[in-house]
Design a protein around this ligand. Structure first.
Ligand code: MRU
Length: 351
């Protein structure tokens, strides 16, 4: 399995996704400031991977602290959490990951644990979250595989694969599971301007698994759907509101409308940690704006006239009405999503 990120005795080791597919290099983050930089600069990216990275960031911050009293450590933990929370606003997994370790810190402190014992506990918890993320991907695969065609072409947008998680992938995990179950599936990967997660990352990881993959420019899906060459769409998610509205990589919304128009099922695969029941609708999801340089330049080369105005929202929101089903590790959600999300959220967490 592709090692997206890994906890090592020396720090958190990240596969540098900005360099793929041409170079397979790693960046070792030895403190929480470096983990935050790795997240902000998209050396690691993808909502579930960001969530676990942030958890490891808080854990390494606590581990490396020289604080000798809880008064001191409380101040440091607040600073660590707020620094990591300032990296990327859209993927709710970031805040979930930070919250899990911060809550554990508070619980252990209240229980009277020593600072040394708390350090061990937060590292163990962050490593457990890593294992749980892979298990959730595998379960999403099992839950979603039968939704994909027995034989056909599946379109995906961005990268919701092993690289976007701790391993196996959410949307690409469902594709992997369907293939493991005997489906004959080939994949169309939208290139995903401007960061090219589809062309660089999805194509790279699917080719490593010998899954037949074709890269499309972002404006080709309508044509191919019209020709009957796409049987299903599956994407990941960065934040799913309580009514099912789903933020994902910019361009996803357009693909969902095309799928609806052509009568093609449009699936979202995401771990439960991506569902944000505190946000009522997609209107409440913050959309990250990234640097204009991602649009004006390609491989360091300027592509647009000097001084032209640029928009670069990194995500858009697909209204729930365009989504056929949301595949999670707890089960498959169907419309009306406000009811199915609430009902599944009230079920006891699987052991
Ligand atoms: O900006 P990115 O590359 O972090 O955006 C990633 C996506 O939009 C993914 O589709 C999403 O995080 C789901 S990853 C399983």
């Amino acid at each position: 399995m592709i090692p997206t990120l890994e906890w090592l005795p020396t720090g958190v080791n990240f596969l540098d996704q900005t360099k793929l597919p041409l170079e397979e290099t790693y960046v070792l983050a030895t403190d929480y400031i470096q983990v935050a930089t790795v997240i902000r600069d998209m050396i690691v990216r993808g909502a579930p991977a960001i969530g676990v990275s942030a958890a490891m960031g808080v854990a390494i911050g606590i581990l490396r602290s020289g604080a000798t009293s809880f008064d001191q450590l409380d101040v440091e933990v607040a600073e660590i959490c707020s620094h990591l929370a300032g990296t990327r606003p859209t993927a709710v997994n970031l805040f979930w990951g930070i919250g899990k370790i911060r809550d554990l810190y508070e619980q252990r402190k209240a229980a009277g644990d020593s600072i040394a014992a708390i350090k061990d506990a937060v590292v163990a918890e962050a490593c457990l979250m890593y294992d749980e993320d892979i298990a959730a991907c595998k379960q999403m695969g099992k839950n979603g595989a039968e939704l994909l065609p027995q034989k056909g072409t599946v379109l995906t947008h961005c990268n919701a694969g092993a690289l976007a998680t701790c391993g196996y992938g959410s949307a690409l995990g469902v594709i992997r599971a369907a293939i493991e179950a005997g489906h004959e599936i080939d994949v169309f990967a939208d290139e995903t301007r401007p960061f090219l997660q589809g062309a660089r990352l999805t194509a790279w990881e699917l080719m490593k698994d010998n899954i037949p993959t074709t890269v499309l420019c972002d404006n080709m899906a309508a044509h191919l759907m019209g020709k009957g060459r796409i049987q299903a769409v599956i994407v990941g998610a960065d934040r799913i509101a309580a009514n099912g509205d789903t933020a994902n990589k910019i361009g996803t919304y357009g693909v969902s409308i095309l799928a609806k128009e052509h009568g093609i099922p449009f699936y979202v695969a995401a771990p439960w940690s991506t569902i944000d029941q505190a946000t009522a609708t997609g209107d409440g999801i913050p959309i990250e704006q990234r640097s204009a340089l991602e649009v004006t330049h390609s491989n360091g080369k300027q592509m647009t006239p000097h001084g032209v105005a640029i928009e670069n929202p990194a995500f858009d929101v697909t209204p729930a009405k365009y989504i056929t089903a949301i595949i999670t590790e707890r089960g498959v959600l169907r419309a009306p999503f406000s009811e199915s999300i609430k009902a599944m959220g009230e079920m006891p967490e699987p052991a």
